[in-house]
Design a binder for this molecule. Structure first.
Ligand SMILES: [Zn+2]
Length: 244
């Protein structure tokens, strides 16, 4: 059983000059944390989300790995907002859904859910330069990602090119029922998706809080170390592609 106490300990150990954490709320008795890495609170922000689905632990690990990197080069350009594990109950019980058996990734409208409340508390009315949400796929043999963007150039293929150096890419022409190119799904009908699945975190945050929302998916069949490296590589590539 995954040890969330260990995650809590690692978050508490992060406190430093530029890295702060706060408890955003709790779900099923477990705290949900938001981490801010910032040297200058006027800089643009990038958000990183992990552990929305409890049975996708590599995203949680990737968030914590990212928090422990040397950020000096980036902190004169960006601030980072990170929620390493939005669904602690799912993480502990290795389930996709939360304690109420709800898929929180597609339940943004359910404002009574503690996980959604925690997310909204952290985001408030902020605008992000980009948001990346880290996921895993049990059925995919390779890494793939979704990129939603408005009025800005695509960077998905550049991110995938870097990830390809450390992890196989899913090269299918269709992924999860949607057409894909070299692991990138970017032609989504968001209205239709909302009708089918409900208002998701990706769509809600893309509509109101960022011009770029990226969802990444590691193949769960690969080793944990490979999946973490793939996600950290994607986060870094995304940051680098926003440095103008
Ligand atoms: Zn997921």
């Amino acid at each position: 059983m995954p040890d969330y106490n260990c995650v809590i300990k690692r978050i508490h150990a992060l406190n430093s000059l530029y890295t702060k954490f706060e408890k955003l709320g709790s779900a099923a008795g477990w705290p949900i944390y938001g981490i801010t890495i910032s040297k200058n609170d006027t800089l643009p922000k990038i958000m990183i989300l992990g552990g929305i689905h409890g049975d996708e632990p590599a995203g949680v690990e990737a968030c914590l790995t990212f928090c422990n990197l040397n950020h000096q080069n980036w902190l004169s350009t960006f601030q980072f907002h990170i929620i390493p594990c939005l669904n602690p109950y799912g993480y502990i019980h290795n389930t996709r859904n939360n304690k109420q058996d709800i898929d929180i990734n597609w339940a943004f409208s359910s404002k009574n859910l503690p996980e959604i409340q925690a997310l909204c508390k952290f985001i408030n009315d902020q605008k992000y330069k980009a948001i990346i949400s880290l996921h895993e796929d049990w059925e995919s043999y390779g890494y793939y990602m979704y990129e939603y963007r408005k009025g800005i150039a695509a960077i998905g293929q550049r991110i995938l090119k870097k990830v390809a150096e450390v992890c196989p890419i899913n090269l299918d022409r269709e992924i999860d029922g949607v057409s894909a190119t070299n692991g990138l799904v970017d032609e989504l009908d968001l209205e239709k998706r909302t009708q089918i699945r409900g208002l998701g975190i990706p769509i809600a945050l893309f509509q109101y809080h960022t011009d770029r929302f990226v969802t990444t998916e590691t193949p769960t069949s690969l080793s944990m170390s490979c999946r973490i490296e793939a996600q950290v590589t994607a986060i870094q590539a995304m940051i680098k592609n926003h440095v103008s």
